[in-house]
Ligand binder design. Structure first.
Ligand SMILES: NC(=O)c1ccc[n+]([C@@H]2O[C@H](COP(=O)([O-])OP(=O)(O)OC[C@H]3O[C@@H](n4cnc5c(N)ncnc54)[C@H](O)[C@@H]3O)[C@@H](O)[C@H]2O)c1
Length: 353
């Protein structure tokens, strides 16, 4: 095993976390450069690698083996395509790109180049999510009937000082709900269609503040997601897991998978089943089993996985294509909310090529 020579493009909020993750994993990777037009090297005293004002200068001079693309969404496709043409593997932050068209362009470049790439839906690496997937795949709650998800929190007023957050594309559907869509695709299977309502009724910005989605999965199960960034509640996966220090920890569960033989709550795993396995109906007493899994940092797990994908041929946990399908399903909710019609996802998936 050799260390990956890695660079980070974009040293903002999440770029900083990737920088610190690489520095925390010296056995996996070496940080060889950072590109950001405004970030100052002296704000990153922990970084010994050179800083560049442009990604082109970094890629030309340092020639990294792999990068993390943590720049604004509209730069993901051009930077990913540039990396692919140069033979540089990459993790691209979510959303994979800002539109289906640019996602298709990026996918084409990845396929033609043969570089390895992941989309940064880091929650797939949470130990609780891995364990939940195993429980669902083993059929321990029987046949999946449905799933109910809440992501509801109140963003502070200062969050909206950046004006793009008030405009279409800057709201909770593309920033937050995309993670829930991705986890549902990962845990409940591919989506068939999505419909729903969107509202800007509380904040009154051009972008939504609240949405309600109804999903049909390929296997026939149904799902609902209520998502708002203007309601004070204990129910977001971030508050349930303490994965993000910006959110106050509540330890509450916000996902409920319901099957013919039982149910599963996330992210603090709790499995519900009939006390008497011979009698499974509404009059049977239920037993709940809390399941503890060891904590680990999903960004560290993502980096380790990325190295194994490149060096050991491990199958990507979330490829660019998979990330593009998550984007397609997420954008479909906005479309459904605007047109008041369900969106069948097969055509959007086909458009990705
Ligand atoms: N996985 C997650 O949970 C998660 C969380 C936050 C953000 N993100 C994603 O990460 C990306 C960045 O978000 P953020 O919150 O860190 O934004 P940010 O605004 O804090 O940081 C973006 C950085 O990119 C820099 N930049 C702009 N143009 C550049 C260029 N041409 N080359 C290099 N750097 C450039 C900016 O100067 C800025 O420092 C977005 O796609 C966002 O959706 C993902």
């Amino acid at each position: 095993m050799t260390r990956l020579r890695m660079a980070v493009l974009g040293a903002g909020l999440i770029g900083r976390r990737h920088i610190d993750t690489i520095l925390a994993c010296p056995g996996e990777a070496e940080l060889v450069g950072v590109a950001d037009p405004v970030a100052q090297a002296d704000s990153f005293p922990q970084v010994k690698a050179p800083f560049f004002k442009t990604t082109e200068a970094l890629l030309d001079r340092v020639k990294p083996e792999a990068v993390v693309i943590a720049t604004p969404n509209r730069l993901h496709a051009p930077q990913g395509i540039d990396c692919a043409r140069r033979g540089i593997h990459f993790i691209v932050e979510k959303p994979v790109t800002e539109s289906l068209e640019s996602a298709a362009d990026l996918l084409r470049a990845v396929r033609e180049s043969g570089v390895k790439s992941l989309t940064g839906h880091h929650r797939r690496y949470l130990p609780a999510i891995r364990h939940a997937r195993q429980i669902l795949n083993e059929g321990r709650i029987g046949r999946l009937v449905g799933v109910s998800v809440i992501w509801a929190t109140r963003k502070p007023d200062r969050y909206f000082d950046a004006s793009w957050r008030k405009e279409p594309g800057g709201g909770p559907i593309l920033i937050n709900l995309i993670h829930e869509i991705d986890l549902l695709r990962h845990l409940a299977g591919e989506m068939d269609s999505i419909t729903g309502q969107v509202s800007n009724g509380v904040r009154g910005f051009a972008v939504e503040d609240t949405s309600g989605a109804v999903i049909r999965f390929v296997g026939g199960a149904l799902g609902t997601i209520l998502c708002t960034d203007t309601g004070l509640s204990p129910w977001t996966i971030e508050q349930g897991t303490a994965e993000n220090p910006a959110f106050a920890f509540t330890a509450e569960n916000s996902y409920r998978f319901i099957g013919t033989e039982g149910s599963l709550e996330l992210p603090n795993l709790k499995l519900w089943s009939a006390r008497d396995p011979q009698h499974r109906a509404w009059d049977t007493p239920l037993a709940s089993t809390p399941i503890k899994v060891a904590d680990s940092d999903p960004y560290v797990e993502q980096l380790k996985h990325f190295r194994r994908v490149i060096q050991e041929g491990e199958a990507p946990l979330i490829s660019t294509e998979d990330g593009a399908r998550t984007l397609a399903a997420t954008l479909a909710l906005t479309q459904a909310g605007t047109t008041q019609r369900p969106v069948e996802l097969a055509a959007a998936f086909r458009a990705l090529g």
